[in-house]
Design a protein around this ligand. Sequence first.
Ligand code: PGA
Length: 255
Amino acid sequence: MRKPVIAGNWKMFKTSGEAASFVEKLRPLVAHSDHCEVVVAPPFTALRAAADAARGSNIRIAAQDMHWAKEGAHTGDISAAMLEDAGATLVILGHSERRHDHGETDEEVNHKLKAALAAGLGPVVCVGETLAEREAGETRSVLERQFRQGFAALTAADFSRIIIAYEPVWAIGTGRTATPEMAEESHRFIRELAGAGFGRTEAAAVRILYGGSVKPENIAGLMTEEDIDGALVGGASLQVESFAAIVNYKRATTR
Ligand code: PGA
């Protein structure tokens, strides 16, 4: 059984005070949400405040990016050890906004991924096609390239520590969600790639999250799909109530 993960990616929102008060309000709302893992990803400057506010709870803290070097002359960058020192146990890698805003390549994602694993951080690796790529019928080849290059030279044991997020770029922040069926098709394909690359056991175990305009209204439908194991939520993770409603999709639907 794959335990779902609901992760909030705050992007460049929230000061440390705002992050702490969000986590304090979230704690009681998700304290009994044992059906899934709950993660929030504040900006670097709010990691420590969020981690302190989450101490002793079931809320885990993720960073949004990291450098692959242990330390060095890399102005503006952050290392895995610094993230851990600030209280993060997970790190999002290869988000499409990093790829777009900072020209991040699959090779760089691979370097970061190896460094995160070596440091003991749990990576959440993002893949996904742009609108132009989807319209050109290239969705599968893009996912395959991102998968092969992003996950190059990893062992099956390494792979078993990774969470994947499928985020079609055209669905991020646009209000245009992929239908559950569309998402499922890509998730199933990614699971096939995992099987070919790392074996059937790893493929059956890897959690693949969907990201792109996930909201309280569409999470339950997405979660009915066999290969969708949770969500990476941007905009709707910024308000405690909507994020908690997404985490608790199960209670809402079974009531
Ligand atoms: P969104 O962002 O939910 O605002 O579309 C998702 C993401 O970028 O992770």
